[in-house]
Design a protein around this ligand. Structure first.
Ligand SMILES: Nc1ncnc2c1ncn2[C@@H]1O[C@H](COP(=O)(O)OP(=O)(O)O)[C@@H](O)[C@H]1O
Ligand SMILES: [Mg+2]
Length: 260
């Protein structure tokens, strides 16, 4: 099996602003997402991070270029590409158990695989909350449920759009550890958007840095730290400096009003 899971080639996604001028949300994006890797995407607001995730999810299509997964063109959403939004999007009328089961039901495999629902609920430490409804649990708990609702379908990649953005600092760190844990257990590739540079360094094997207008990839940084990452270690601090500098460079770049 090839190392490349998702191959993004020369992708352009162009919107129009209110005056009808073209706005390059993504310009000539080339990126290979590797099988099983933890990739994070950082960049200023409006640089096309969500647009890119939506294209990979198959929720949107580019004007030109191609996106493939294991060689097959991505044309529509699929359970092989799980998607997690910034705010948890659980079904409010269904219990934790039924929210997780919904993924299996949608594929018609609930009967054979029901036992796995409990297994996944236990994996994220929510045993005992199976019968709770979304309004009865915290935002962090709801986001855990959203994560396993996608993971129970054994996706090849889990796409996470600032999944911890709405949580406080303590909950964030707790959920970062949980994400690492499920990543190791499931072996799914993770592609996560975050605005938190420390979070990106703590979790990922590679960090993609993007710039807005036009939305382009300006750098991809390899993170060669060990499994346990000390935020106060010299290597961590120098990586943080490097990435923040790259981001500041992005921000100080002259921003043309329009791309063309
Ligand atoms: N549906 C849309 N119509 C017009 N412009 C859009 C639309 N979606 C996104 N954009 C524009 O595309 C750019 C990238 O947006 P987005 O991918 O949401 O950025 P990010 O997630 O990095 O903040 C922004 O300038 C945004 O205003
Ligand atoms: Mg976004």
């Amino acid at each position: 099996m090839s190392e490349t899971l998702i191959d993004i080639r020369n992708v352009n996604r162009i919107y129009r602003d209110t005056n009808g001028n073209p706005l390059y949300a993504l310009k000539e994006i080339n990126l290979k997402i590797r099988r099983g890797e933890f990739l994070t995407i950082v960049g200023p607001s409006g640089c096309g991070k969500t647009t890119l995730l939506r294209l990979i999810a198959g929720l949107d299509r580019p004007q030109s270029g191609s996106l493939t997964i294991d060689g097959a063109e991505i044309t529509e959403p699929s359970h092989e590409r799980g998607y997690i939004f910034q705010q948890p999007t659980l079904f409010p009328w269904a219990t934790v158990h039924d929210n997780v089961a919904a993924g299996l039901k949608a594929r018609g495999i609930y009967k054979e695989q029901k036992g796995r629902v409990q297994e996944y609920i236990d994996m994220i430490g929510l045993g005992g909350f199976e019968k709770s409804y979304p309004h009865e649990i915290s935002g962090g708990m709801a986001q855990r449920v959203a994560i396993i609702r996608a993971l129970i379908n054994e996706p090849k990649v889990l796409l996470l759009d600032e999944p911890l953005g709405a949580l406080d600092a303590f909950k964030r760190i707790e959920l970062q550890a949980l994400l690492l844990d499920v990543w190791k257990k499931t072996g799914a590739a993770m592609t996560m958007v975050t605005h938190d540079v420390d979070e990106a360094i703590s979790l990922s094997s590679r960090i993609v840095i993007m710039t807005p207008r036009p939305g382009e990839i300006v750098d991809i940084v390899d993170i060669k730290l060990g499994k346990v990452r000390d935020r106060n270690s010299e290597d961590f601090i120098s990586l943080r400096k490097k990435i923040l500098e790259a981001l500041h460079l992005v921000l100080s770049r002259p921003q043309p009003e329009y791309a063309i």
